[in-house]
Ligand binder design. Structure first.
Ligand SMILES: Nc1ncnc2c1ncn2[C@@H]1O[C@H](COP(=O)(O)OP(=O)(O)OP(=O)(O)O)[C@@H](O)[C@H]1O
Ligand SMILES: Cc1cn([C@H]2C[C@H](O)[C@@H](COP(=O)(O)O)O2)c(=O)[nH]c1=O
Length: 211
């Protein structure tokens, strides 16, 4: 389906993903790679409109799941697949693992329904059994209490960031469950100073042969 590298960044809110995206982009550009940098929910005009709703409006978990997958469908078709076909490195701040972690583990929504939506949204039109997935997922793993401390006072919390620590314990477990089932996950110990977190990222990219 594609020739580029699809790299996603995942973790609970405040785990430190955004703090390393600039450096990741610079690293790949320094190697002469074209980079498409994007995020979910979002990445297209419609996706960004849906993001505003999802991050701010209270809603039923099925509604929330449908909106993030609707945004993802546009994102996959308009941005991610074309970029991968060009041979770009796609740096995506969150993808479907976030839906399993937040709507599935966090909200308690049916994982079977999420799996069905994943298949509908990410199937290759030519091979329905092949799903578009990141080639590598950097999972920033940080205890929820520390993430909450880091976020406290950093910015006005959105709907998710305002959730209690118990919600993020479930989300963190959701990521751990997803990671246990998919070798594309690389765990980054985010409970370290920034320089050490970056060193782990660099060594992971080398070990996986992608940079
Ligand atoms: N290794 C670190 N040690 C201490 N503080 C950090 C570290 N990494 C990031 N921070 C700080 O923690 C806060 C959250 O970091 P960041 O915004 O990168 O997280 P995030 O995973 O992108 O969060 P979100 O998903 O909610 O956007 C920021 O204030 C950032 O400066
Ligand atoms: C993709 C996706 C995201 N979310 C949540 C997770 C975060 O709380 C926000 C996005 O904010 P960020 O600062 O850009 O990390 O949305 C979700 O609940 N479900 C999803 O599928």
């Amino acid at each position: 389906m594609t020739t580029g590298l699809f790299l996603s960044l995942e973790g609970i809110d405040g785990a430190g993903k955004s703090s390393h995206i600039d450096a990741l982009e610079a690293l790949f550009r320094g190697q002469g790679r074209a980079v498409t940098r994007t995020r979910e929910p979002g990445g297209t005009p419609l996706g960004e409109t849906l993001r505003t709703l999802v991050l701010n409006e209270p809603m039923d978990p099925l509604t929330e799941s449908l909106l993030v997958f609707a945004a993802r469908r546009e994102h996959v078709l308009q941005v991610i697949v074309p970029a991968l076909k060009r041979g770009d490195v796609v740096l995506c701040d969150r993808f479907t693992d976030a839906t399993f972690a937040y709507q599935g583990a966090g909200r308690g929504f049916d994982l079977g329904v999420l799996g069905m939506l994943e298949r509908w949204v990410q199937a290759d039109p030519a091979h329905a059994d092949v799903l578009l997935q990141p080639g590598l997922t950097l999972w920033f793993d940080l205890p929820p209490e520390i993430a909450a401390e880091r976020l406290a006072g950093a910015r006005l919390p959105d709907k998710f960031e305002a959730q209690p620590v118990e919600f993020f314990r479930r989300v963190a477990q959701g990521y751990a469950d997803r990671a246990a089932a998919a070798p594309r996950f690389a765990r980054i110990d985010a409970d370290r100073p920034r320089e050490q977190v970056w060193q782990q990222i660099e060594s992971t990219l080398q070990a996986r042969g992608v940079a």
